[in-house]
Design a protein. Structure first.
Length: 83
């Protein structure tokens, strides 16, 4: 149905993260409405953080060691650097 197609499009937002590299707080910018689960992985593949975000949400990364991580939301993968 037409509604089903719109739902699929709406559930796959464009994602951007800033600032990157990040020192403490990272803001998530989403093109779509709604709440989306995310995972942050170490380069070794271990999930080091997870939660859910909406457009404009901030994620506190102060507890993560400095390094490079992979942010995943809705099968979109972005590299983030914690400094």
């Amino acid at each position: 149905s037409e509604t089903g197609v719109e739902h699929v499009v709406a559930s796959s937002p464009q994602v951007s993260l800033y600032p990157n590299p990040v020192v403490e707080m990272m803001t998530v910018s989403l093109s779509g409405e709604g709440t989306f689960p995310y995972h942050i992985y170490s380069l070794g593949g271990e999930c080091v953080m997870k939660g859910a975000v909406t457009n404009g949400s901030t994620i506190d990364l102060r507890l993560l060691p400095n390094g490079t991580y992979i942010f995943e939301l809705n099968n979109t993968y972005l590299k983030i650097c914690k400094i």
